[in-house]
Design a binder for this molecule. Structure first.
Ligand code: HEC
Ligand code: HEC
Ligand code: HEC
Ligand code: HEC
Length: 374
């Protein structure tokens, strides 16, 4: 089977991370904020400012951040679990008490005023995707429900699969046909946004097949169900749903795996099927009720609610997770990509952010950066 494209949009895994109970943190020993201020004014102000505000994009604000988190992250730089050359050098020579004092100092500074964050532009992949999807409406329908026989619907389709499919047309791995004229080199962010937009739309069942016999196809569908899901509703982000899809398209696509279209799993399963078998199985899938890809959130706010379980300062005052509201946007983007790409360790955050596409990361970061810091 083709290697799945990692780092795309496997939201279902992301949400699985939410079943972890937030762990309340223990009390820190007494710290001396005044002693911390002396070190901060000497060693940290060039980058984090006297007021704890990052002096340039991608330098985090420290003012009003949770004390325990600040201490933990400083210790991680010192121990080499987080890499940043300047911070590693500085913390190397510091005692644990120094780190505690620094954490106490920065956590007591007033959070950075919201006026400065109000103009962070919030980008929503869903809205951007909708704009980009207008170019596809003529054939695939405005909401991804096509009415043209032979043209697949995209509404409710698995987002990871959509991205892969569009890339296959781009790369020439799939015969373009009608898709040719409509494809231009869209950047990755736009592509993922479009996929998220289509995935979050409600799919409408297409016309029943004018060929084949759904009843006769049902037993044969058993060998497809392991990957494509019960009744053709896929629960795997990289495997397309087939339920209620256009019959003509399904037939053409299935047969294509016997000849031109490449996919190790698919080729193996359809190689031995005759035309009649395929027609019956396809007729069966076309007759099933489609269902949108599971757990594709339809707004950034809905997604952020999952993060606030641990990150919201009011809801979880004892958590060791950092506050994010009002944080520097570029820094948040960098941090999330670092977890996702395995460059920053945190088992919790890794589980949360591994599946996030650049479009979602951009959107979450801009949303949090635009919220007033408290
Ligand atoms: C040369 C610029 C520079 C200096 C000086 C500097 N920092 Fe930083 N600091 C950064 C950057 C850049 C990051 C983000 C690094 C990363 O991605 O891990 C950071 C991250 C941090 C973090 C993690 C914040 C978070 O939200 O995860 C803490 C805590 C921190 N610095 C504290 C300090 C302290 C305390 C000092 C002084 C002893 C200091 N820094 C000096 C540039 C600097
Ligand atoms: C001129 C009509 C037309 C336009 C415009 C068009 N498409 Fe298509 N699209 C098709 C047809 C026809 C197919 C089936 C092609 C095939 O058999 O491989 C298809 C297939 C696809 C598939 C594969 C679906 C699957 O289930 O594998 C995706 C994804 C897709 N199009 C996305 C898009 C996007 C995104 C746009 C807008 C940027 C777009 N299309 C614009 C006609 C069109
Ligand atoms: C081993 C897992 C697996 C099995 C079993 C399997 N498929 Fe697939 N199928 C996939 C994957 C993965 C893709 C996407 C491949 C790609 O990107 O071309 C796919 C794609 C398809 C497509 C293209 C859908 C589209 O929107 O373009 C059709 C149609 C299809 N399968 C039908 C079937 C049928 C019918 C069977 C049973 C005879 C079957 N599959 C069995 C994994 C499987
Ligand atoms: C189960 C609790 C939990 C959930 C849910 C959670 N996080 Fe985290 N997050 C943490 C912890 C703990 C850390 C500190 C990890 C470390 O030290 O690297 C963290 C760190 C971060 C950081 C680094 C911030 C900084 O200042 O360096 C970012 C960014 C972040 N999370 C974003 C998110 C987003 C976005 C979501 C929702 C999609 C989310 N988190 C959901 C617990 C959680």
């Amino acid at each position: 089977m083709k290697k799945p494209i990692l780092c795309v949009i496997v939201l279902s895994i992301a949400l699985a991370g939410c079943s972890d109970k937030p762990q309340p943190s223990a009390k820190l020993p007494q710290a001396d904020a005044a002693a911390g201020k002396i070190i901060a004014d000497r060693d940290c102000k060039a980058c984090h400012g006297l007021d704890g505000k990052g002096v340039a994009p991608a330098i985090p604000n420290l003012a009003g951040q949770r004390e325990r988190y600040l201490f933990n992250s400083l210790k991680e730089y010192k121990d080499g679990r987080r890499s940043h050359a300047a911070l590693k050098n500085m913390t190397n020579n510091m005692s644990e008490a120094d780190l505690r004092n620094l954490a106490a100092h920065f956590s007591r500074l007033a959070p950075i005023a919201s006026v400065e964050t109000a103009d962070v532009k919030h980008s929503s992949p869903y809205e951007q995707g909708k704009v980009a999807a207008a170019a596809c409406a003529k054939c695939h329908g405005e909401d991804g429900n096509s009415k043209i026989p032979g043209t697949p619907s995209l509404a409710g389709q698995q987002p990871h699969y959509l991205v892969a499919a569009i890339q296959e047309y781009h790369q020439g791995d799939r015969a373009k046909g009608a898709m040719k004229s409509s494809l231009r080199e869209s950047d990755k962010l736009e592509l993922e946004s479009m996929a998220l937009y289509f995935a979050s739309q409600k799919p409408i069942k297409r016309a029943e097949a004018t060929f084949g016999d759904p009843k006769a196809g049902e037993p044969g569908s058993a060998m497809c169900g392991g990957c494509h899901g019960a009744h053709g509703v896929s629960v795997d982000a990289a495997t397309p749903s087939l339920a209620g899809q256009d019959a003509e398209y399904l037939m053409k696509a299935t047969k294509a795996y016997r000849t031109t279209r490449k996919n190790w799993g698919m080729q193996r399963y359809v190689a031995g099927l005759g035309d009649k078998d395929i027609e019956n199985i396809v007729a069966y899938y076309a007759a099933q009720t489609p269902k949108a890809a599971d757990q594709v959130p339809t707004s950034t706010q809905e997604l952020a609610a999952k993060c606030d379980r641990c990150h919201d300062q009011d809801a979880t005052p004892t958590m060791a997770a950092p506050k994010m509201k009002g944080q520097d946007k570029d820094y948040l983007v960098m941090a999330l990509r670092a977890y996702r790409d395995d460059k920053r360790e945190s088992s919790t955050m890794h589980r949360m952010s591994f599946p996030y596409s650049n479009a979602i990361i951009e959107s979450l970061a801009s949303w949090y950066a635009g919220q007033p810091a408290k």
